[in-house]
Each structure stands twice: as structure tokens, then as C-alpha cells.
Design a protein around this ligand. Structure first.
Ligand code: SF4
Length: 82
């Protein structure tokens, strides 16, 4: 499972940090979240493989984001959330 995070879209409400504390961190200076271990795959777009056991948290984080800045894909590249 893979997560993509559009940091440009993020408005820093930090629900993702509450839902998936190992996956997202607060960047209070920027007023944005940071995807832990995320690799920059586009302009302000970050991606990471979800570690085993954290799949549910990652999905909850994506569901909780008010601006759909977090997208979860399965291993076949199919979009699961949102
Ligand atoms: S929930 Fe969405 S808008 Fe809020 S900090 Fe996380 S990614 Fe940004």
C-alpha cells in the first residue's frame, strides 16, 4: 500500500497526525503536515510505502483530511481512499 501526499493542498488541520502519528508530523512553521520518510515524486507531492500494520491508520488519515490531500493506493495502483 502506498500513500501520496499533496503538500501544496494541505491546510494544516493535522487530523492526519491524530489518525496516523507514525505517518505524519506537524510542521508548525509551514502550517502543513510532513509525510514521514516521504520521497518527493512531484512538485510538493510526496509518497511513501505504508509499513505493515499501519494500513488502517493510513486509510483513516486519508479519510480524515478535509481537503483530500492524502490518497491511498493498493499494491496494484488502484486508488482506495478517498
Ligand atoms: S489532515 Fe489534510 S489538511 Fe490537515 S494536516 Fe493532514 S494533510 Fe494537511
Amino acid at each position: 500500500m502506498r500513500v501520496e501526499f499533496d503538500r501544496d493542498t494541505c491546510i494544516g488541520m493535522f487530523q492526519c497526525v491524530a489518525e496516523w502519528g507514525d505517518g505524519f508530523e506537524k510542521d508548525e512553521d509551514d502550517g502543513k503536515a510532513d509525510l514521514v520518510g516521504g520521497e518527493e515524486v512531484g512538485e510538493d507531492l510526496f509518497a511513501v510505502e505504508v509499513p505493515e500494520g499501519e494500513e488502517l491508520d493510513a486509510k483513516f488519515a486519508a479519510r480524515s483530511c478535509p481537503v483530500d490531500a492524502i490518497v491511498v493506493y493498493d499494491d496494484d495502483g488502484e486508488q482506495l481512499v478517498p
